[in-house]
Design a protein around this ligand. Structure first.
Ligand SMILES: [Zn+2]
Length: 403
């Protein structure tokens, strides 16, 4: 039995009376997030919109049952409910804020798609109405920032003019003669949505009755998805919430930077430039310090019987890069070997002057094998990281005994 779809003719019908024609327990549907017992319910008529054409289903109540999902089953509409209605005649009531939000987004989509097509020759190949954002996929060359803005402005202009949104019925031929935006091959009478003097396209979804109810239309990012361009947008209540959220973010960022929101970009650029300059001067200071420490270490290192000067040291409060700076400075002199580690983080570095003739990479591998960790390098310069940073001393002791 065909379910009469009340939303086809009146998308504003929030409450309705209907008769139960079928009600049966369904198996749990984990993929739909339904774990408990649910009933599949069919009515002779319904205002509940089933998931289809990019628009999610309605929620609400039928009698005292909660509607968990609504599915399009061809001629019929299946309501998934959490209990069986107690009588054959029921009252249905849809969750209106959710539905109206869908109507705003969906009508906004028609309008935005029409503007992209009309102004820039970019047809919409798909539409998705998500929980947070909506998207359309455009086919053709990459939309420029100017095109995104142009389509947004044109769509908002039509919204400000508060033009009527009408439901039209006709065969594919009749709609084609009226200039329908998308040709359909389906037989019989089709439903199309007309935005007066702006758009006509076949659609079974729910829409607001005039463009003013869409509210503001905000176009957001555009990204490439396979061969198409995915444009994110939001309308009405969502646009209001997102604009507020964006401003809150901007204000918080400005507070952090101690500037006015409109100065955030220049403040961020300044801060990045300062950070880069500080980094450069810190690096230069670290290099000078490493040179000085290496010179002192060379002076105090007593050459062994074979003429080697070895330094084995754990550094506190320095970044891992400091080991490299120190090692480079120390091993400039002949027959030198540096076995270094940081007190925090478990960084180790073994380096030598080529004349020392050992293999630092092999030594490091052996130490890491014994103590635990990862790393590698060349014959003269190898670095790694211990799995347990508390074992730095053990690692250096092991290295000394190897060399
Ligand atoms: Zn539609």
């Amino acid at each position: 039995m065909t379910t009469r779809r009340l939303y086809y003719d009146d998308a504003y019908e929030k409450e309705f009376e209907a008769r139960v024609v079928y009600c049966e327990v369904l198996p749990p549907d984990l993929s739909a997030g339904i774990t408990g017992t649910v009933w599949g319910l069919m009515l002779d008529r319904t205002a509940f919109y089933p998931t289809s054409g990019g628009q999610p289903n309605d929620l609400g109540k039928i009698g005292d049952a909660n509607v968990l999902d609504v599915r399009d089953e061809g001629e019929e509409i299946l309501h998934l409910v959490d209990r069986k209605p107690s009588a054959p005649d029921v009252m249905g009531c849809i969750n209106w804020p959710r539905r109206f939000d869908h109507m705003q987004q969906h009508t906004g989509q028609h309008l935005l798609s029409a503007m992209f097509q009309e102004r820039f020759g970019l047809p919409t190949v798909s539409f998705h109405l998500g929980a947070e954002l909506c998207t359309i996929d455009l086919r053709g060359p990459e939309p420029t920032e100017k095109m995104l803005e142009g389509a947004e402005r044109a769509a908002n202009q039509v919204a400000f003019e508060d033009r009527p949104v009408n439901v039209r019925y006709g065969t594919a031929d009749q709609l084609s003669r009226l200039g329908v935006r998308k040709e359909v091959e389906r037989q019989g009478i089709l439903r199309a949505i007309e935005i007066e003097a702006a758009d006509l396209q076949p659609c079974g979804g729910t829409h607001v009755k005039s463009t003013g109810q869409i509210g503001i239309i905000l176009v957001r990012r555009c990204t490439k998805v396979r061969q198409d361009w995915r444009v994110e947008f939001v309308c009405g209540g969502r646009a209001e919430r997102l604009a507020r959220h964006d401003f809150q973010l901007l204000r918080q960022a400005a507070e952090q930077m101690s500037c006015a929101p409109e100065d955030i970009v220049s403040a961020a650029s300044r801060s990045i430039a300062e950070r880069d300059a500080s980094f450069k001067s810190l690096r230069a200071a670290q290099e000078r310090l490493a040179e000085a420490e290496a010179t002192l270490a060379l002076q105090s290192a007593i050459p062994g019987a074979n003429g080697f000067r070895i330094v084995s040291r754990i550094f506190e409060g320095v970044p891992a890069e400091y080991l490299g700076l120190f090692a480079t400075a120390f091993t400039k002199s002949e027959k030198t070997i540096a076995l270094l580690a940081t007190a925090d983080g478990g960084h180790v570095l073994f380096a030598q002057h080529a004349s020392a003739g050992k293999d630092m990479n092999v030594a490091l591998k052996e130490v890491l094998e014994k103590i635990g960790g990862k790393g590698g390098g060349t014959r003269d310069f190898a670095r790694g990281k211990l799995s347990d940073s508390a074992k730095a001393q053990q690692a250096l002791d092991a290295a000394v005994s190897l060399i």
